[in-house]
Design a protein around this ligand. Structure first.
Ligand code: OGA
Ligand code: MN
Length: 294
């Protein structure tokens, strides 16, 4: 019998898991209970867990194969010893950033959807947190799809969008990219706007990020108008939960059915997160039923 406790954080998504020590290999029944809670709540929070980098990697591997971080603006891994780990931080050492995303807002996004096989999940572990600011929000994209007005469901059925690779969520240009003036020409993967979650079989709205997004086959102005409506709907507060970070929090999220964003914070305080990603598979259009054992 598993000893873990699952406490929902918000009506839309998010649950806190307690009664487990994540530094040790998870017992099979605890892992099964965590996976069940994850499937139900999409984002899990564990408090008061201080993991070393190897412990964070070992824990992540119990959910799947590690997926190395995408290219950062500086062109080399932040942790040379553990290139599988990404660092999210505003801290600079000798004038050089030790991590990504700075101290500004990170706009709503889903991680790395500009590639064909985006990570299925990510873990963010708080090693230093500001006294306030830098809160992170997640939004439930099953709920966003389910509550979409019928005419919007109709308008996006069977359609795909471009997921621009040019900019990260903090607005920084990725290495090797050049400015995009026409979203129809943005580099990046084309994903269905409604995806089938490979494990639950449920439909999720799949938006990626707003900047330079484009719905293939539509005139640009129609695509922009429709995307604006979809984004306004998907990011309503009732579909979200807000994470006010405490030191040594660890968050695991499902990157296939959620979006996230982060508030800006005071540049003079330090925020350091170590982060892993878990490999995913190519997106599956919702209409393509029967392709997965859901
Ligand atoms: C990320 C991310 C937000 C944060 O790690 O993918 O968007 O709270 N981080 O720093
Ligand atoms: Mn992100």
């Amino acid at each position: 019998m598993s000893s873990i406790t699952v406490t929902p954080i918000a009506p839309a998504l998010g649950a806190e898991i307690s009664g487990v020590d994540l530094r040790k290999p998870l017992a099979a029944d605890d892992l099964a209970a965590i996976k069940r809670a994850w499937s139900d709540h999409l984002v899990l929070r564990f408090r008061g867990q201080l993991l070393s980098d190897p412990e964070l990697m070992a824990l992540s591997r119990s959910f799947g194969e590690l997926d190395p971080p995408g290219p950062n603006p500086y062109g080399k891994p932040f942790l040379t010893e553990f290139p599988e780990i990404n660092v999210i931080s505003n801290v600079k050492k000798d004038g050089v950033p030790i991590g990504n995303l700075g101290d500004g807002e990170a706009v709503w996004h889903c991680d790395m959807t500009y590639i064909e096989t985006p990570p299925m999940a990510a873990m963010l572990h708080a090693l230093d947190v500001p006294p306030s600011g830098g809160d992170t929000y997640w939004a439930n994209m099953y709920m966003a799809y389910e509550t979409l007005p019928a005419e919007l469901k109709q308008a996006i059925a069977g359609r795909r969008a471009i997921h621009d690779a040019t900019y990260n969520s903090a607005g920084m240009m990725r290495k090797g990219m050049k400015e995009v003036t026409d979203p129809r020409e943005a580099p990046g993967a084309h994903h269905p706007l409604v995806v089938r979650h490979p494990e639950t079989g449920r439909a999720a709205l799949y938006l990626g990020r707003r900047r330079n997004s484009y719905i293939l086959g539509l005139p640009l102005d129609e695509s922009n108008a429709l995307l604006d409506e979809l984004w306004a709907h998907a990011t309503q507060p009732e579909f979200t939960f807000r994470q006010e970070w405490k030191l040594h929090d660890l968050i695991l999220w499902d990157n296939r059915c959620t979006l996230h964003r982060r508030d800006a914070f005071d540049p003079s305080v330090s925020r350091i997160m170590h982060r892993t990603q878990i490999k995913g598979i190519a997106t599956i259009p919702y209409e393509q039923a029967g392709t997965v054992a859901a």
